[in-house]
Design a protein around this ligand. Sequence first.
Ligand SMILES: Nc1ncnc2c1ncn2[C@@H]1O[C@H](COP(=O)(O)OP(=O)(O)OP(=O)(O)O)[C@@H](O)[C@H]1O
Ligand SMILES: [Mg+2]
Length: 304
Amino acid sequence: MREAVTTRNLSYSYPDGTVALSNINITIHEGERVAIVGPNGAGKTTLLLHLNGVLESTDGEVKIFGKNVNEAERSEIIRSVGVVFQDPDDQLFMPTIFDDVAFGPMNLELDEDEVRRRVKNALDRLGLTGYEERCSHHLSYGEKKRASLAAVISMEPRILVLDEPTANLDPKSRTELIGIINELNREGVTIIVTTHDINAVPQLVDRVYVLNRTIIREGTIREIFSDAPLLRENHLEVPEVFKLFEMLKCFGYNCEELPLSIDEAIKDLTETIGTNGGHIHLHIHEHTHEEMEKVKHKYRYDHH
Ligand SMILES: Nc1ncnc2c1ncn2[C@@H]1O[C@H](COP(=O)(O)OP(=O)(O)OP(=O)(O)O)[C@@H](O)[C@H]1O
Ligand SMILES: [Mg+2]
């Protein structure tokens, strides 16, 4: 697969001198689903804003499909990379939702029928049909969040970048949004997200970069979740189901790979029951208590 996003030695400081990014090297291939995780203030948003040229660094380079963002035609980059901002108020600025979602396609100078088709599709997809004449200021946060995604997918980008897409969404909207992102990925769209929603990570991506001003680590979800010191240093955590199975291991449960999701947990339990003559054997042994305390301690942020 060709490289969709490549950064080489990308560094960025804000005008006030805040060093936000230092020497970032990432390579994301077309069709991949990747998360960038890290603590508040790690530079995640700053990095994403470099991918479509909202921010331009003079130090290092960003390439989209092999073309340097600072040298390529502006319109070409905007067409390829859609960025859904962390704050939907940064995305929606037109008098109506129709205008907001039509804004991108209009700027691509598409004809009116095509603009209407794209707006209709995008609103349909996000469950916002009927919102055309509404004003974004009068939408709920979750509605705004969906409208800002609609405003980006109407551009039909090859690379979709989402900054905290699931933050503040109710469970139904959250699940639907994850579904839409994955549907777009199946259609070939490259997905790059930042998130603090650790339970969403296994549903959303296959690979993770840990960012803390610079890239601290790159790996599969399991590799990242299995590294306790890495998690602690970067204010990360693991899904509850992952912790629960770590606890079960203290009770003698045998599992090779800790499950990342409920579905994986069910699969693991089913297999274990199958190979154990129809039941699971748990017991309290000499070290159960001690091991459990260790697991608990591993994920605690209130003391070290
Ligand atoms: N416009 C700005 N001017 C100066 N400093 C800024 C500006 N925007 C962000 N920063 C600083 O740059 C650093 C990185 O911020 P950024 O918003 O990229 O972090 P983040 O990883 O997205 O955090 P969060 O998880 O809270 O969204 C922070 O120290 C922040 O204070
Ligand atoms: Mg951010």
